[in-house]
Ligand binder design. Structure first.
Ligand code: SF4
Ligand code: SF4
Length: 80
């Protein structure tokens, strides 16, 4: 998989809502979704650069919950 066109997505079932990814992300790509029942952290897929993949991305390296950040490949948009 190319590391140039990726982003990360938080897997809600595995995330423990610690917020560390938001603290360490150099692109302020992680935001908090207001939710009266639970604070949820979400990766803004537009702002996320992928940071070169999970070996390098600070969000993944500091995340204490295994598998909570999933690498995704961007789908190329057809040009018109
Ligand atoms: S991959 Fe990089 S830009 Fe994306 S959320 Fe993680 S630290 Fe932020
Ligand atoms: S660092 Fe991991 S466990 Fe913590 S909020 Fe981010 S994805 Fe969830």
């Amino acid at each position: 998989m190319s590391k140039e066109n990726i982003f990360f997505r938080i897997v809600e079932e595995k995330c423990i809502d610690c917020g560390i990814c938001r603290e360490v992300c150099p692109y302020t790509a992680v935001y908090i979704e207001p939710n009266p029942l639970r604070i949820r952290f979400i990766v803004d897929e537009v702002r996320c650069t992928g940071c070169g993949g999970e070996e390098h991305a600070l969000c993944v390296r500091f995340c204490p919950a295994p598998g909570a950040l999933m690498e995704m490949q961007r789908v190329a948009q057809p040009t018109v």
